[in-house]
Design a protein around this ligand. Structure first.
Ligand SMILES: Nc1ncnc2c1ncn2[C@@H]1O[C@H](COP(=O)(O)OP(=O)(O)OP(=O)(O)O)[C@@H](O)[C@H]1O
Ligand SMILES: [Mg+2]
Length: 274
């Protein structure tokens, strides 16, 4: 399905991503972990074509992605939706319009200028928000929502694109543990219920272990681990985070594990009634 071959990015004499190679055979939930500066964001940005690769290849369903230009490149970017740590919503715009932005690449400039959206798209946007438990916030400005709610709006916008892959760059890094869990649950559901591949850069080990079927560890631009959460032992994690780093499980933990599911359900219900 997705095949990355010797993908490399250099910035001057700094090799940010160094001959990264891996294949995703069937839809999966993949976590990418590694220290700050390991190349995680650069890798995702190359897959999405926000950054051009210096060398190497990305293939998706038999098509070469690295060389796509113009409309074909934009179509690919729509096929692999990106979710960012800082949500990247339009703060003063209402929630539903932010979600409808996910259809932007398919619409004419004129329709975009006048904010003309087909009824079917509006209904779909509301249905997606509903599935994420935040439909009641649809008319509010994005900036009026909490961080966790805003990230779920960003997920709704991504789903609006009907993407083949969802790429998430540290999607929970700005969130408290409870919202982090809600967002990770949503990403997991996109994989399980919608059958999409989700690739998420995660800065905490416990989240990668808990939510992902497969974990890729990067160190200095290179893949140094590619395996199941069970194979990700403390020793392996120490290698990924660097032998000289004062590594501890605790320092890479969000304490997401400590939350009980009842509390999360209660929060969802409370939100639904606001
Ligand atoms: N636009 C850029 N220009 C120059 N160097 C860059 C650029 N973007 C990234 N780098 C460098 O590439 C390397 C990898 O950066 P990247 O942001 O991909 O790491 P990361 O693993 O995402 O780190 P973090 O966990 O802090 O987000 C770093 O050394 C960084 O300084
Ligand atoms: Mg990063």
């Amino acid at each position: 399905m997705l095949s990355i071959d010797a993908l490399t990015k250099t910035f001057g004499c700094n090799t940010a991503v160094d001959r990264v190679t891996f294949t995703v055979e069937k839809p999966a939930m993949i976590g990418i972990i590694g220290r700050s500066g390991a190349g995680k964001s650069t890798l995702l940005r190359m897959i999405n074509r926000l950054t051009d690769a210096s060398s190497g290849q990305i293939m998706f369903e038999g098509r070469e992605v690295t060389g796509l230009k113009g409309a074909e490149k934009r179509a690919w970017q729509s096929d692999c939706a990106m979710i960012f740590q800082q949500f990247n919503l339009v703060p003063r715009m209402d929630v539903v319009s932010n979600v409808l932005h996910g259809t932007l690449s398919r619409r004419s400039t004129l329709a975009t200028m006048f904010n003309l959206y087909p009824d079917a798209d509006i209904h779909r946007a509301i249905a997606i928000l509903d599935r994420l438990g935040i439909a009641d916030h649809a008319p509010k400005r994005a900036e009026a929502l909490s961080g966790g709610q805003q990230q779920r709006v960003a997920i709704a916008r991504a789903l609006m694109q009907d993407p083949k892959i969802v790429l998430a760059d540290e999607p929970i890094a700005s969130l408290d543990p409870m919202n982090a869990q809600l967002v990770m649950d949503d990403l997991r559901r996109i994989h399980e219920e919608v059958g999409r591949t989700v690739i998420a850069n995660l800065h905490t080990l416990d989240t990668a272990r808990r939510y992902c079927d497969r974990v890729i560890g990067m160190l200095q631009g290179r893949v140094v681990f590619d395996g199941s959460p069970e194979q990700l032992t403390t020793g392996v994690a120490r290698d990924i985070y660097g032998a000289d780093a004062r590594f501890s499980e605790e320092s890479t933990s969000t304490s997401i594990e400590t939350l009980d599911r009842g509390a999360v359900r209660a929060l969802r219900e409370a939100e639904a009634t606001i």
